[in-house]
Design a protein around this ligand. Structure first.
Ligand code: ADP
Ligand code: CIR
Length: 358
């Protein structure tokens, strides 16, 4: 049972959230007094408490969501908090179930280039997240876990067969700052020092066990032990969504035979952040839509199309030079193929709006 000191911190956290008028996170909205009382003494078998779930959102009052799961059992033990947050974010109710895996293999031809003339879209990226079976998420990983997991992923990647996917693993430890910063600026590598992750206790032993694998062209990349155990990414210039999805799918297939991934019957592929559960797919374009993005209701238009708008350097960053990162918003309750289609159809609509705007 949770110790008195932690219970007190949870009660204080509740007050901090409620007393802060500028805080609009889903955590604040759904951490009601009755949820606090229902969950404050609970612990997972690995020892995670409600405080571990909410600490990121308590230290970052500007967060949109504010919670992370220290281990998968947390999604069950703290369901009274996670379920309403998941429902509001994804539109996925407590009795809904993630559909079976459908990567869209053999159907990537349904996604011909969105912007063949290259008038609006600079680049396209599709990423998914995976968790290694048998390991908790970041806050509960030990120093040894990081090294062992890194080794497992690294060896799995050494046996990738497809010629265009073959590449090299570059650990963050020992990478020069110059190389690291260039990879980040060029949108290939995760940034460092994300305060949401730091306050979730997700950056322990950093940079140990973290790194990036990529092929020669940097069109197939894998992030190791950043927010999730693995992020598999396919990206390239232009808007050829089908080709990018096909490459990602081949990548997933070649890795999953070597390292088994954790999946839940109801929640699908498991991830550290509840916004990424299910398909885990975020398909995005870097796009310039001068007329549409100048409209006051740009964010609302995107929201209605189930699209999420981010800045040029990813989440919590700003747009630069009129370029936005636009992606599917929902990842849970729809298949991988449907998640990509949500972005595809939505962006197609935005381009039509741009073209018909005066
Ligand atoms: P994630 O997509 O993994 O949730 P971020 O939003 O932080 O995380 O984005 C990670 C990186 O990917 C950032 O550098 C971002 O600019 C880059 N990125 C996202 N979409 C695209 C795209 N369509 N083209 C090029 N880079 C992209
Ligand atoms: C927030 O609540 O704003 C952060 N914790 C991020 C939430 C969703 N993004 C993510 O997991 N990458």
């Amino acid at each position: 049972e949770t110790d008195a000191f932690t219970v007190k911190k949870i009660e204080e956290a509740y007050k901090i959230l409620q007393d802060h008028p500028e805080c609009h996170s889903l955590l604040k909205k759904h951490l009601t007094k009755s949820v606090v009382d229902q969950l404050k003494y609970k612990k997972t078998q690995l020892g995670a408490t409600l405080y571990d779930v909410i600490r990121s959102g308590v230290h970052n009052l500007d967060a949109g969501v504010g919670v992370y799961a220290p281990d998968y059992e947390s999604y069950k033990v703290f369901a009274a908090l996670f379920d309403p947050i998941i429902e509001e974010y994804h539109g996925f109710g407590p009795n809904d179930k993630q559909p079976p895996v459908d990567l869209g293999e053999g159907r990537t031809g349904e996604f011909p280039p969105l912007d063949p003339a290259g008038k609006y879209i600079k680049s396209t990226r599709i990423r998914c997240g995976r968790t290694l079976k048998g390991y908790p998420f970041n806050p509960l990983l030990t120093s040894d876990d990081y090294l062992i997991m890194q080794q497992k992923v690294k060896s799995a990647l050494e046996s990738v067969q497809d010629k265009d996917l073959k590449g090299t693993y570059y650990p963050l430890q020992g990478m020069s700052k110059e190389t690291q910063n260039k990879l980040i600026a060029d949108h290939f590598l995760f940034k460092e020092g994300d305060r949401h992750l730091q306050h979730a206790n997700a950056c322990n032993y950093w940079p140990q066990g973290r790194g990036i694998f990529h092929n020669n062209d940097k069109t197939f990349l894998i992030w190791v032990n950043e927010e999730d155990h693995m992020r598999l990414i396919s990206m390239q210039e232009g808007s050829d969504v089908g080709t990018i999805l096909d490459r990602l799918n081949r990548g997933i297939k070649s890795v999953e035979t070597k390292v088994p991934f954790a999946r839940d019957d109801r929640l699908g592929w498991l991830t550290f952040c509840p916004t990424n559960l299910g398909s885990t797919v975020r398909a995005s374009v870097h796009i310039k839509l001068p007329k549409v993005s100048a409209r006051k209701d740009f964010k609302e238009i995107c929201e209605k199309l189930n699209l999420q708008v981010r800045g040029i350097h990813g989440e919590h960053s700003e747009s630069e030079g009129g370029v936005y990162d636009i992606s599917n918003k929902a990842r849970l309750g729809l298949s991988e193929f449907q998640a990509v289609k949500q972005m595809y159809d939505g962006v197609k609509e935005l381009i039509q709006l741009e073209e018909s705007a005066k």
